[in-house]
Ligand binder design. Sequence first.
Ligand code: MRU
Length: 350
Amino acid sequence: MANFTTVEWKNDHVLMIDQTKLPNEEIYVKLYTAREVADAITNMIVRGAPAIGVSAAFGLALGIKQSQAKSVTQLKTEFESLTKMLFETRPTAVNLKWALDRMRKVFEACHLVIPGERSETRDPIPKIKSALEKEALQIHAEDIEINRAMGKNGEKLIRNNANIMTYCNTGALAAAGYGTALGVVRAAYENKKKFHVYVCETRPYLQGLRLTSWELQKEDIPHTVISDNMAAWLMAQKKVDGIFVGADRIAKNGDTANKIGTYNLAVLAKYHSVPFYVVAPTSTIDWECPSGKEIPIEERSAKEVTHVQGHLIGLKDVNVYNPAFDVTPSELITAIVTEKGVFKPNQLEF
Ligand code: MRU
């Protein structure tokens, strides 16, 4: 288990480690409103698909807890506008919608429990507030359990003395506290396996260099950081036995959206016959999305390309294209590791 807090419920606020400052500063921020939580998601204080889902649920629970609504109808109106605000923070990771949908079901269930005619006078509002808080905490706790189950399923794919490669940050920082693809790495290490990890730096935002290496160093897991363009050369030299990445949204046909650059790695892996594994909870599968073509791809600020942690390294006014994710076609994916087992990408029916 990681020895830091990615995101935590503190009753009157949400606590998060500020991932924009890592690895050089370990600073925690306290967010006292749903708006602050939404901004933290947009501004990457918290990031990674499962962590975004958990944070959105906490943000919604916090906003509802602070509501002064005098009727369920009024509370419902506030619920809808808070949900919309949180939903609009980042478009690609489907875990965000998944978590907000779970919260909605709880709201609706509470609402239905109220015996119709005199519901407003019975004041069910405290009940709804506490049910939503409970559900958000449940989403948080379940995420850790699910990550552990994925770790158990996936670590079997790492043999002793293997050299594996990861992309972006898929660790405890990207989830509630264990990790998806890096959770598999963590599980293999807990299982006393010996192996080595190549960490791709992950331009433009450098989640590999800044966050994954920080997490691995804390656990003493042997690793080497490479810049992204070194991956092919390592594979050509037969120095990579498997690649483990996370996912922000998996379409029904197995096409997978993940951090920009994942697709490059999958193409290289196919050419060099290196197994390419996606590790993600089933909440990352969007059953309503038939293929990768329908996955919305977030475009982020040009500054993420021209600047490194606030320092301008390119021309100030140069044209920049900055899609935050790409889609790896399912035929390039060897298997998808979930908490329910390991599946071929074209066999996601369960
Ligand atoms: O833009 P980010 O840092 O939120 O992107 C994160 C990723 O692409 C991860 O690989 C993905 O969320 C899966 S991690 C659990």
